[in-house]
Design a protein around this ligand. Structure first.
Ligand SMILES: O=c1[nH]cnc2c1ncn2[C@@H]1O[C@H](CO)[C@@H](O)[C@H]1O
Ligand SMILES: [Zn+2]
Length: 362
């Protein structure tokens, strides 16, 4: 007999997360503890519950730029080695507790240098935290694996340096590269040298595109930069027309994205907060999944959106009626699209994901 789909049962299903920001996923109490330890005095409140609500409300701004302002408080308390180890280890524990079996967690090393850490020290500290978190979870009987994506910030001009850092640590846990930050006014082609370098090195990268800016951003990311995946990509909808009788017309770019199976890292709650989507029920993921784009379901920022990947699935179940087979499809999509090696992706699909859903489907 099939297990009923509830938030609790979804939490037991094996899930894969490709788009989650380390500095967008701290526990409110950890932000408070780290602020106290480091003398950071700009937090709006020192009550954990109130702080969680503050982040969500402040991020609920309707604009990506204002949404990003909230990161001042998380980045502000992540300037020491100890803080980075703690935040990274706790992220692993929180994801494992939500039933995530593989996650690619991203952050921008250039944001954590204010206390004097070098980029290399920052990457080493975060990797130490991930390994610590993985060990703690394994001891508690929950197997989870983390791959790192290093982001360069679009408004800074350090992408080549971060691309080189990505390649330097690719055998030590870093699986890929991304650019993040404000999209309007900062087209991906400003970083062509970094993408060119990564391709020469046979390294992987995704690009935040089609969130706060439309088709030109997606087109540049794919056709000029060579992105393997799209962070969000929701605005691909601008290239899809649906007639009144339901006939669907894909423009050239949307057709290319679907034909080439380019993965879309969709983040429903985050998109509602930044205004990239009006509601979960009206989120483009419904149509895109129906049209069999390679869609994946992600959290973006668990603190700012007060969300989990299980919660995103529960909301999508509510809005679109997705069942276990659909959730397995999203999860296999994500695993296939990860930057792990082919053999490792296959092993997770066959040994963990499929048996997990088979049990739930009954
Ligand atoms: O949805 C998003 N779009 C663009 N940038 C983002 C988003 N979420 C977080 N960041 C940015 O990425 C940095 C590294 O993790 C964060 O500090 C934040 O500024
Ligand atoms: Zn993001």
């Amino acid at each position: 007999m099939s297990t009923p789909v509830t938030l609790e049962s979804i939490r037991t299903a094996p899930k894969v997360l490709l788009h989650d920001h380390l500095d967008g996923g701290l526990r409110p109490q950890t932000v408070i503890d780290l602020a106290r330890e480091s003398g950071y005095d700009a937090l709006p409140t020192h009550d954990a519950e109130e702080l969680g609500v503050w982040f969500r409300d402040a991020a609920d701004s309707g604009s990506l730029e204002r949404y990003l302002e909230t990161f001042a408080h998380t980045v502000g308390v992540m300037q020491t080695r100890e803080a980075l180890v703690r935040v990274a280890a706790e992220a692993v524990e929180d994801l494992a507790a939500d039933g995530v079996v593989y996650a690619e967690v991203r952050y921008a090393p250039e944001l954590f240098t204010e206390g004097g850490l070098t980029l290399d020290q920052i990457v080493q500290a975060v990797e130490e935290g991930y390994r610590l978190g993985e060990r703690r979870c394994a001891e508690a009987g929950r197997k989870i694996r983390i791959g790192t994506l290093l982001c360069a910030m679009r408004q800074n001009a350090r992408s080549l340096e971060i691309a080189e850092l990505t390649v330097r640590y690719r055998d030590a846990g870093v699986v890929g590269f991304d650019i993040a930050g404000p999209e309007a006014g900062f087209p991906p082609t400003r970083n062509l040298d970094a993408f060119e370098y990564l391709r020469q090195q046979n390294a992987h990268f995704t690009i935040h595109a089609g969130e706060a800016f439309g088709l030109p951003s997606i087109w540049e990311a794919i056709q000029h930069c060579g992105a393997e995946r799209l962070g969000h990509g929701v605005r691909i909808m601008d290239d899809i027309k649906v007639d009144e009788d339901g006939t669907v017309h894909l423009g050239r770019l949307a057709g290319y994205v679907r034909d080439r199976r380019i993965p879309l890292e969709m983040c429903p709650s985050s998109n509602v907060q930044t205004g990239a989507a009006t509601s979960i029920a009206e989120h483009p993921i419904g149509l895109l999944a129906k049209l069999r784009f390679r869609v994946t379901v992600n959290t973006d920022n668990r603190l700012m959106s007060n969300c989990t990947v299980s919660g995103e699935f529960a909301a999508l179940h509510e809005a679109f009626g997705y069942d276990w087979a659909d959730m397995q499809w999203f999860t296999v999509n994500a695993m296939k699209s990860s930057f792990l090696g082919f053999d490792e992706r296959l092993a997770l699909i066959n040994d963990v994901i499929k048996p997990g859903y088979a049990e739930l489907i009954g």
